[in-house]
Design a protein around this ligand. Structure first.
Ligand SMILES: CC(C)(COP(=O)(O)OP(=O)(O)OC[C@H]1O[C@@H](n2cnc3c(N)ncnc32)[C@H](O)[C@@H]1OP(=O)(O)O)[C@@H](O)C(=O)NCCC(=O)NCCS
Length: 168
């Protein structure tokens, strides 16, 4: 029998919170609270208006969140967590969530999308490496995993100094 899946991408709202928490727990486990990017997310709320979920027949199976940050002098957004349920991996859902979130940030006037993540995955989605050690996170971070999609000219030289939450 042919199984029909209807995938939809929706702007996040509070009704998705419980499902997103479960997806992130499944993807990252308890260690997720100790990550440097999480320290920034604890400084203030993410921006729901540019955070997205993917639902399959009404069930939330993927999520990407965006948090407003000041990185050096760049007014950007930090992408993450990004997670897709194991049952739905390798169907392009992660890539699509990243694409939608970046385009939404661009429309909102963001100067850059920054994250801490695996270069082999994100560099094929348009991310570039930030100069080694240029950004100071509020916790230990592997400098080789700090990546950026610049959305305006001249972002790289301005990504220098502290990164932290900003009022969006
Ligand atoms: C990473 C993740 C979001 C990708 O979601 P997805 O919907 O499967 O992604 P896509 O379908 O767009 O891309 C899948 C491809 O990326 C590759 N890929 C996934 N994670 C990768 C990684 N860390 N490094 C390199 N390639 C990776 C897969 O092998 C797959 O390749 P294939 O299509 O040739 O099989 C998902 O696997 C996940 O939730 N992982 C656990 C949480 C996590 O690591 N989040 C990212 C933080 S760094």
């Amino acid at each position: 029998m042919l199984q029909k899946h209807e995938l939809v991408y929706l702007t996040e709202d509070a009704s998705h919170d419980a499902a997103i928490e479960l997806i992130n727990e499944e993807a990252f486990g308890p260690g997720r609270f100790t990550r440097a990017a999480q320290r920034i997310r604890e400084q203030g709320p993410h921006d729901r208006s540019i955070s997205y979920i993917c639902a399959d027949d009404g069930e939330t199976i993927g999520s990407v969140r965006m948090t407003p940050v000041l990185a050096g002098s760049v007014k950007g957004h930090m992408l993450g967590p990004l997670a897709v349920r194991p049952s739905h991996k390798s169907k392009g859902i992660g890539r699509e969530l990243v694409r939608i979130a970046i385009e939404a940030a661009r429309r909102k006037g963001s100067e850059a999308v920054i994250l801490v993540g695996d270069p082999p995955y994100y560099m094929q989605l348009g991310f570039e490496k930030v100069a080694y050690g240029a950004l100071e996170f509020p916790g230990p971070v592997d400098p080789g995993r700090v990546l950026v999609v610049p959305l305006v000219d001249d972002v790289h030289p301005r990504l220098k100094g502290v990164i932290g939450w900003r009022k969006g």
